[in-house]
Design a binder for this molecule. Structure first.
Ligand SMILES: Cc1ncc(COP(=O)(O)O)c(C=O)c1O
Length: 367
């Protein structure tokens, strides 16, 4: 079976580096928010081209803490997409702010400018872009739009490690970028982890305070923070794994290129090609088809795993059915949720694996 992820097939050199990282931490006697976290934060900020990275417990907390550090909360509206992980919107709700859901451009499944515009109101404080599937697109345009609209641009980069627009990495254009290092992400920990990246000194300082019970100096609490500390073990493992991230990302991009060249089945659609060579980190490779169940069964029979990201958009999830949204509705989001399908695209795949997946897709429906 060609699976969506295959961690057991990762290089032995990476395993050895990870084992050394674990040993280093175990023998150090320091397990939470210590030198490994500092070193990882410095390395991740450098990769993102930002002055700061603040390690936190997961990607959802990164968004919540970023919002709270900017004082975005009760009474404030944050526009975002319904075609995302539930955590994006849950983080806005947990910050006490009001999510407003805009529709997507069906060509990319990213936010649609006209729909976002329709969601703007007097209480709009921020636009939270989600770099879905690893795509960043038109960050300059969004930056200019946000300035004109008088709202803050924020980035959910959970799927877009190392993706860049005009040389500017994901997370470096908005006021902050929120990263997840959940194990399946392009840079994944061996457990949960996340980070906020920002060029804003004050925001970084507030985020550091909020992640640790709102503590400014030892035993002095200046805000109702949370416990969202990053541990030394994950930070050490992330440093080891980051060494491979450029190579692994290139591999994902190669596989995606192979798929684009090879998949030609009129029943299967592709999303728009990346607009720039580095603008897509290919966290997921997504095709569309109105015959999804049949295609999934066919792929399964051919030894190819597939999954759906995401089958139920946020606005159709029980806690979110009455959330504010584009007054014209979210038809493109609903259509995408009904037709999208993720096929394997991970760095341990061989060219032969990718060709097998493409052939299986091309054979679908052939008699
Ligand atoms: C787009 C997006 N935002 C936020 C998150 C939340 O990250 P985490 O699972 O680390 O809390 C994820 C990951 O699931 C995600 O894919």
């Amino acid at each position: 079976m060609i699976a969506l992820n295959d961690f057991k097939a990762e290089p032995e050199a990476l395993r050895q580096a990870e084992l050394q990282a674990v040993e280093r931490v175990l023998r150090s006697g320091w397990y939470v928010l210590g030198p490994e976290v500092k070193a990882f934060e410095a390395g991740w900020a450098a990769a993102c081209g930002t002055a700061h990275a603040v390690g936190v417990a997961n990607g959802m907390d990164a968004i919540e803490i970023g919002l709270r550090a900017l004082d975005i909360g009760p009474g404030d509206e944050v526009i975002t997409t319904s075609m995302t992980a539930f955590a994006t919107v849950l983080a806005i709700l947990r910050a006490g702010a009001t999510p407003v859901l805009a529709d997507i451009d069906p060509a990319t499944a990213l936010l649609d400018r006209a729909s976002v515009q329709r969601c703007v109101g007097p209480r709009t404080k921020a636009l939270l872009l989600v770099h879905l599937y690893g795509q960043v697109r038109d960050l300059d345009g969004w930056d200019a739009w946000a300035r004109d609209a008088g709202v803050l641009l924020l980035e959910d980069c959970a799927q877009a490690h190392l993706a860049a627009w005009n040389g500017r990495p994901a997370g470096s254009v908005g006021r902050f970028g929120a990263y997840s290092f959940y194990p399946t992400k392009n840079l994944g920990a061996i457990g949960d982890a996340g980070a906020i990246v920002t060029g804003d000194d004050a925001l970084a300082e507030r985020a550091r305070m909020l992640r640790n019970y709102g503590q400014s100096t030892r035993y002095v609490h200046v805000a109702e923070g949370l416990n969202s500390r990053l541990d030394e073990l994950q930070a050490a493992l992330l440093q080891a794994r980051q060494q491979w991230l450029v190579e692994f990302t290139r591999r994902r991009q190669d596989i995606a290129g192979r798929y684009r060249a090879a998949i030609r089945n009129p029943r299967i659609g592709l999303l728009a090609a990346p607009a720039q060579p580095d603008s897509h980190a290919h966290h997921l490779f997504v095709v569309t088809t109105p015959e999804r169940e049949a295609l999934m069964a066919h792929l399964q029979a051919q030894g190819v795993q597939s999954l759906i990201h995401y089958p139920i958009p946020v606005h159709l999830q029980a806690p979110c059915v009455s959330l504010a949204r584009d007054p014209l509705g979210l038809a493109a989001t609903e259509r995408h949720a009904d037709t999208c399908l993720s096929i394997p695209c991970h760095p341990q795949m061989t060219d032969a694996d990718a060709d097998r997946v493409a052939e299986a897709l091309n054979r679908y429906g052939a008699h």
